[in-house]
Design a protein around this ligand. Structure first.
Ligand code: HEM
Length: 129
């Protein structure tokens, strides 16, 4: 029996994950409604793009590029230098939801991914707001 496709495969593999990440950071850079999270990031987003692409590739069931480079992601610890409350979480989620939609991700897959992102984004909060 064939194994179930991973979210990585359903999205369309590496080029589709890269396109999603690029759209996510393009929107963060361009759209004023994501300004609270834009200012937390470096002036140039090239490094952020690479890291999120490497991370999501493995997180979605594809190649573990992030772990191969940096070891365990320790995602919450890596976000501690940035004050993340409800407003930051909500902007991150809205930016990702817009990117999923604009990349034409199939609605069922997009809904599942939004739910998975929401769990991780909730967990990333490190200050009461
Ligand atoms: C909840 C709101 C979030 C905010 C405000 C936020 C913000 C940030 C910031 C400012 C950085 C540093 C960027 C850089 O060093 O270039 C970062 C890094 C990162 N974020 Fe987030 N993030 C959030 C949620 C998430 C979520 C939900 C994920 C994964 C699903 C994620 C994955 C990553 C990864 C993989 C890195 C790179 C870590 C490293 O190696 O330094 N973030 N994030």
């Amino acid at each position: 029996m064939a194994e179930a496709a991973t979210p990585f495969q359903r999205l369309g593999g590496e080029s589709a994950v890269r396109a999603l990440v690029d759209r996510f950071y393009d929107l963060m850079d361009l759209e004023p409604q994501y300004q609270i999270i834009r200012v937390l990031h470096p002036t140039t987003l090239d490094g952020s793009r690479d890291k999120l692409f490497w991370f999501l590739s493995g997180w979605l069931g594809g190649p573990n590029h992030y772990i191969d480079r940096f070891g365990h992601p320790m995602l919450r610890a890596r976000h501690l230098p940035f004050a993340i409350g409800d407003a930051e979480r909500d902007q991150w989620m809205a930016c990702m939801a817009q990117a999923l939609q604009e990349c034409g991700v199939e609605p069922d897959l997009a809904a599942g991914l939004r739910q998975a992102f929401q769990g991780t984004a909730d967990w990333m909060r490190n200050r009461a707001s």
